[in-house]
Design a binder for this molecule. Structure first.
Ligand code: FES
Length: 113
């Protein structure tokens, strides 16, 4: 039975990549209705965060992923891709995160409101 919450609007999900596009431990840049996002495959689970480093705009999809820790390629700030939280400066602002669903072989990400 469906559950309805007053005022809640169901999220719209868009296919941004296929499961085979990024192996465990890999990152992939993608577009989500005008937003640049960075997909991360952490041991077969997929996460999506903003693709631009909040420090000086480094391209996070070109960084390194070790476990759930994403390292910016420019000045080595680190973020947790599960939560978006800054783990190490010089960045001071957390990354936006996006809800991810896998449907068949499609990676779908929730469009921000
Ligand atoms: S641009 Fe990412 S740490 Fe500086």
């Amino acid at each position: 039975m469906a559950e309805f919450v007053a005022g809640a609007k169901p999220a719209r999900f868009v296919t941004v990549a296929r499961v085979d596009d990024l192996a465990p431990g890999e990152l992939l840049g993608a577009r989500l209705t005008g937003h640049a996002i960075c997909l991360a495959n952490v041991d077969g689970r997929f996460y999506a965060v903003a693709a631009t480093c909040p420090h000086l705009g480094g391209p996070l999809a070109q960084g390194e992923l070790e476990g759930s820790v994403l390292t910016c390629p420019w000045h080595m700030a680190q973020f947790n891709v599960r939560t978006g939280c800054v783990l190490r400066g010089p960045a001071r602002t957390d990354l936006a995160t996006y809800e991810v669903r896998v449907v068949g072989d499609e990676i779908r990400v929730a469009v921000p409101e």
